[in-house]
Design a protein around this ligand. Structure first.
Ligand SMILES: Cc1ncc(COP(=O)(O)O)c(C=O)c1O
Length: 305
């Protein structure tokens, strides 16, 4: 999906022109995958653009850095303010937001301790990650031949740049085989998540999503959807799922900042009823919540200006 440039990128404390936000080819993170990043969306609301659960995303960025042992030289409050400033500078009513912290140029080798930490925030307009009809027609999933890395190899709780080699291998394999997205199983064979989304399955009147301990990212959309599902009167829990739970799901959907709520039409060519009624109800409510249309959740929409 191509990036459309916007006027400014926030880099190390100030807004610079899009074309000037460059780094040296000797940048440490380019070589070793030692960065941490976030994916956030700003939505158009009645009061102007608002960044959905911005503070929660920046806290997760800091937590990813803690897991990596990286000291981000800006506080959560400073990065929240910087993100709002960057979103406002685009003039866009809605956009995708990508903060990244990385080890810069100057040191080479695997010891990150002497490295400088740089931070950038870029925004651009980005449509539905799994396609405009991902909710209504559903996406076709393939169980990946690639195993999700575990807590003692590449901690899945940290959104590190290097972790996404695993996701990218799985995504490309699925696309080349004619599917839309890959399901990643953990080393013990249980379902972790997809390459860039958390998984929900509806079975026996329960919604089930695998927990962090199963190798999933602790998704902010996952948490949002668990909350909204319970508000709608559904029983919704974090629990383990086996591969067969997907094949015999009553409904299945994927959630993530980029993919929002996308329904699943099949897993390994086993059809799943799609779009299911629970999926549609949750997607409809999610779409209103992120746009600040429900008072109860307005605090999650953090105004960009
Ligand atoms: C591997 C992975 N799992 C799950 C998610 C969903 O997380 P969130 O809802 O916080 O965007 C993402 C999105 O960044 C992801 O990359």
């Amino acid at each position: 999906m191509p990036i459309t440039p916007t006027p400014k990128i926030w880099m190390n404390g100030r807004l610079v022109d899009w074309a000037d936000a460059t780094i040296h080819v000797g940048t440490h993170t380019l070589h070793y995958g030692t960065g941490v990043f976030e994916g956030i969306r700003a939505y158009e609301t009645a009061d102007g653009p608002a960044v959905f659960r911005l503070t929660d995303h920046i806290v997760r960025l800091h937590n990813s850095a803690r897991i990596l042992g990286m000291d981000i030289p800006y506080t959560v409050d400073e990065l929240v303010a910087a993100t709002k400033e960057t979103v406002a500078s685009t003039g866009l009513p809605a956009c995708y937001v990508r903060p990244i912290a990385f080890y810069g140029y100057g040191e080479m080798g695997l010891n990150t301790m002497p490295c400088s930490v740089e931070v950038a925030i870029m925004c651009w307009p980005w449509g539905a990650y799994l396609g405009d009809d991902a909710l209504t027609k559903g996406v076709r999933l393939k169980i990946s031949s690639w195993t999700r890395h575990d807590h003692n190899t590449m901690p899945p709780a940290a959104k590190t740049t290097g972790n996404y080699v695993n996701s990218s291998l799985a995504k490309v394999e699925a696309l080349r085989a004619g599917y839309d997205e890959a399901v990643m199983l953990a080393g013990n064979g249980l379902v972790a998540e997809c390459s860039g989304e958390n998984v929900f399955v509806a079975r026996h009147d329960r919604l089930i999503t695998p927990p962090l301990s199963a190798g999933a990212l602790e998704g902010i959309t996952q948490h949002t959807v668990l909350t909204l599902a319970r508000d709608l009167g559904f029983e919704a829990v974090c629990d383990n799922l086996a591969r067969s739970d997907l094949y015999i799901a009553d409904e299945m959907f994927l959630v993530g900042t980029a993919a929002e709520v996308s329904s699943v039409s099949s897993v390994d060519d086993r059809s799943i009823p799609c779009p299911g009624p629970k999926t549609l109800a949750i997607a409809e409510l999610y779409g209103r919540v992120v746009r600040g249309q429900i008072d109860r959740y307005r605090a999650w929409c953090e105004p960009a200006i």
